[in-house]
Design a protein around this ligand. Sequence first.
Ligand code: GTP
Ligand code: MG
Length: 326
Amino acid sequence: MSLFSFRRKKKVPAESSSQSTEKDLSKKLGKTRSRFTDGLLDFFLGKKPIDDDLLEELETHLLVADTGVDVTQRIMDTLGQSIGRKQVNDSEALQDLLQQELNDILAPCEQPLEISSAKKPYVILVVGVNGSGKTTTIGKLSKRLKEANLSVMLAAGDTFRAAAVEQLQAWGERNQIPVVAQGSGADSASVIFDALQSAKAKGVDVLIADTAGRLHTQAGLMDELKKVKRVLTKLDAEAPHETLLVLDGGTGQNALTQAEQFHKAVGLTGLAITKLDGTAKGGIVFAIAQKLALPIRFIGVGEKVEDLRTFNASEFVDALLKVDPS
Ligand SMILES: Nc1nc2c(ncn2[C@@H]2O[C@H](COP(=O)(O)OP(=O)(O)OP(=O)(O)O)[C@@H](O)[C@H]2O)c(=O)[nH]1
Ligand SMILES: [Mg+2]
């Protein structure tokens, strides 16, 4: 049974509210949106006949927007087939088809996080490279869970820096959420183990564990994450129930390698892609979706709590392709 779902409830009236969220998301995507669409909009301006030059131009736009070779190839193949069947005659029809194809790529990744009441506490282990937005995402997430009347506990598993523990404690104080911590330099697995023990004893609904940033190439540090996972299973065979990788959307194609390596090392169950309000090119979200086929739980579009959004495929594509977000 689901104790809490990040899936958005259908709002009434459905149409107007979804339109306003979209407009708002479009604004939030800011630079990312314009980086993705600027060229494309000029490209699609006015009806143009479809020829090789036009298709080549579209291909370049997609590659420049960080969509990557595989996704660009998939899109160009699909468009090529429709053109071959004479289903698309001009650039306007091509734009609709492109939108559809972008939706199709993201749709399988739209799987919002469900907190199961059968798993108590529901354990979320948060991993990622340095500065990707792990701690901030935990802060935002815990606030939202608390607002949904769930009891939350945080584990300060980033024991590398004293400042990391303090940063998590600050979120805890702000939201009146207990934080389990030991001094910096402590063993991360032991902090998270203690936290799970305490969360179990107190009947807490959700335990979120922070970890230190690490490069996917640092074998020793990746082993530390494996150890964290291993010790958790001693207390709960299914823990962690969610292993969430936080990726900085602005890191481009490198985000893809990070995700692959983290997945290989610790078996990810979900992704949060942050900083999509900044200089990210947006195309990376499609590359990640196609390559990894992992659930994208959240996107980060700013530093405020409400800027952590449940990922919705069509809303994201619509917001990205929107002409005028004002
Ligand atoms: N603009 C923007 N900034 C974000 C977003 N998410 C996080 N940040 C910022 O990114 C910076 C790093 O965030 P942290 O949460 O400390 O990242 P971290 O992954 O915990 O970093 P380490 O613990 O050093 O590995 C902070 O300044 C955050 O405010 C986002 O969605 N948009
Ligand atoms: Mg951190």
